[in-house]
Design a protein around this ligand. Structure first.
Ligand code: DGL
Length: 267
């Protein structure tokens, strides 16, 4: 399976996929040379996602996971139209989980600027339950803080507090953490929101969706085999390996560099 993100955030999704589907093979691509996607125009992110989708398909993967909320927001329908393999994004599973979890039908969303601007969470939540209200807050400071050497700082806590404030004021009982980077600082979110607020993360929900898709289509590998995983980055492989281990919480043996020109050529 092919899994991609702008950086190492999608490794939180890969982690869940690896523990849910240990018999499957995974190829992960982090587009570090063009990170962050969040502040970019949706058209540009759509172009990046289409290049990566075409590249992964050409590598022979049987399913593509867009493990990036920004790329999913910008390009999921286009990827699904253009690729022959199924494409799973991170937004539908989270929207579904949030609608199921909320009791007061007030749901918060924390995500990148592009994800908030695209408005896909609100659309999907509305399709599932038109009585649920979504309150969205863009969090531009979080991805750079989480990709830094030490994400567990007072500065990260301050940023989370600031972004949480309007959601607390709106009285939400469920918050979608709509960026694959955010699970890395999960305890900070949980402490700021308190135990009474349900936090919805893309990683678990998406791994469940991937497993169900494979099972229903009859695409699964033999459960007795041991799967493997490989990594590609458009950035620095050493930086990826060091930072990636934190997000994946599993060994990262080797990381190969891929040139942007190869991705552009695939599209
Ligand atoms: N991890 C990506 C997401 O889920 C965004 C990070 C970025 O801004 O590149 O939205």
């Amino acid at each position: 399976m092919g899994v991609f993100d702008s950086g190492v955030g999608g490794l939180t999704v890969l982690h869940e996929c690896l523990v849910t589907l240990p018999h499957e093979d995974f190829l992960y691509l982090g587009d570090h040379a063009r990170l962050p996607y969040g502040p970019r125009p949706l058209d540009e992110v759509r172009r990046f996602a289409r290049e990566i989708g075409a590249f992964l398909e050409a590598q022979g993967v049987k399913l593509v996971v867009a493990a990036c909320n920004t790329a999913t927001s910008a390009a999921l329908p286009q990827l699904q139209e253009e690729l022959a393999v199924p494409v799973v994004g991170v937004i539908t599973p989270e929207a579904h989980a949030a609608v199921q979890a909320t009791r007061n039908r007030r749901v918060g969303l924390l995500a990148t600027e592009a994800t908030v601007e695209a408005g896909r969470y609100a659309e999907l939540v509305r399709t599932l339950d038109a009585g649920v209200e979504v309150f969205s807050v863009a969090c531009p400071r979080l991805v750079p803080l989480i990709e830094s050497d030490d994400p567990f700082t007072a500065e990260t806590t301050e940023a989370v507090r600031e972004y949480a404030m309007p959601l607390k004021a709106a009285g939400v009982d469920t918050v979608i953490l709509g960026c694959t980077h955010y699970p890395l600082v999960r305890p900070i979110f949980q402490r700021v929101f308190g135990r009474d607020v349900t936090l919805v993360f893309s990683a678990e929900e998406t791994a469940r969706e991937v497993a169900e898709t494979l099972a229903r289509k009859g695409f699964e590998n033999d459960a007795s085999r041991q799967g493997g995983y490989r990594f590609l980055t458009t950035g620095d492989p050493d930086v990826f390996r060091t930072m990636g281990a934190r997000f994946l919480q599993l060994p990262i043996p080797a990381v190969e560099r891929i040139e942007l020109a190869e991705l552009t050529a695939a599209a």
